[in-house]
Ligand binder design. Structure first.
Ligand code: PXP
Length: 265
């Protein structure tokens, strides 16, 4: 299973001071050395972390394939088409959100998404769609001509954190998940089943299947053992761990966890 390392949070740290350090470009070679298979960045409409200057340099200098997450806004699709990364992952974007909070509504926005896919394909860019695990949406992705889907693991990660970490005892406890442990266990099982069934359904529809969002050193193993998933994109937890052990070691540890899960799964 491939590991895409999302380096946005290096730019988040830089933007905290609006200077030129740390530079996400320095992560490119180190990520490869540590066993990453792909570099992922998100060029957000508000440019809150990665900016156009970063995106251009990442595509030019990365020794690994580059996956750029972006919205379906026409101006952004134009920019990505001229940058020509290996892949674009289309995601929903709301300016006020902290991070990408849900999957793309491929049914409601079908025409716009289909047009974006065609434009990106014309520019030799593979297209993945970031979606919630749902059969109807997966069918629409295949119909729209996507090459891949990335299943949103955010809900799984939230339930996992409320069950198995100290999150409920912190100010960032997730109110709608303040439930009994039994209810949380049932929800976790249901969320995993949806991811597993969607991965099978999507691969039968001819799509490659990735997963990501909220994955960390505790919750990644279960996801990495699910059949049909070929790639995980992981960012915040790797950059957070880098504070303690350094970026190279943090990527290496994540890659080992994924590899071990795949061999034993
Ligand atoms: N995949 C997609 C499509 C995303 O939007 C993000 C967040 O930018 C990630 C993966 C990485 O999520 P996290 O930082 O929680 O690991």
């Amino acid at each position: 299973m491939k590991l895409g390392v999302n380096i946005d949070h290096i730019a988040v740290l830089r933007e905290a001071r609006k200077i030129n350090d740390p530079d996400p470009i320095q992560a490119l070679g180190v990520a490869k050395l540590a066993g990453a298979d792909q570099i992922t960045i998100h060029l957000r409409e508000d440019r809150r972390h990665i900016n156009d200057f970063d995106a251009k340099r990442v595509v030019e200098l990365s020794p690994l394939p580059v996956n750029i997450e972006c919205s379906i806004d026409e101006e952004i699709i134009e920019i990505i088409s001229s940058l020509k990364p290996h892949r674009a992952t289309l995601v929903p974007e709301k300016r006020e959100e902290v991070t990408t909070e849900g999957g793309l509504d491929v049914i409601e926005k079908f025409d716009k998404i289909e047009q974006a896919i065609q434009k990106l394909h014309k520019n030799e860019i593979d297209v993945s769609l970031f979606i919630d695990p749902n059969f109807e949406i997966i069918s629409a992705c295949a119909e729209a001509g996507a090459d891949m889907v990335e299943l949103h693991t955010g809900e799984y990660a939230n339930i996992y954190a409320m069950l198995y970490s100290n999150l409920p005892h912190t100010p960032h406890s997730i109110k709608e998940l303040e439930l009994s442990r039994k209810e949380l266990r049932e929800k976790l099982f249901q969320s995993l089943s949806e991811l597993e069934n969607s991965a099978l359904y999507g691969s039968r529809a001819g799509l490659l299947i990735a997963a990501g969002h909220g994955l960390n050193y505790q919750n990644v193993t279960t996801i990495a053992t699910l059949p049909n998933i070929v790639e995980l994109n992981i960012g915040q937890s790797i950059i957070a761990r880098s504070v303690w052990v350094g970026f190279e070691q943090a990527v290496r540890e994540m890659k080992v966890l994924i590899d071990e899960a795949c061999y034993s799964g």
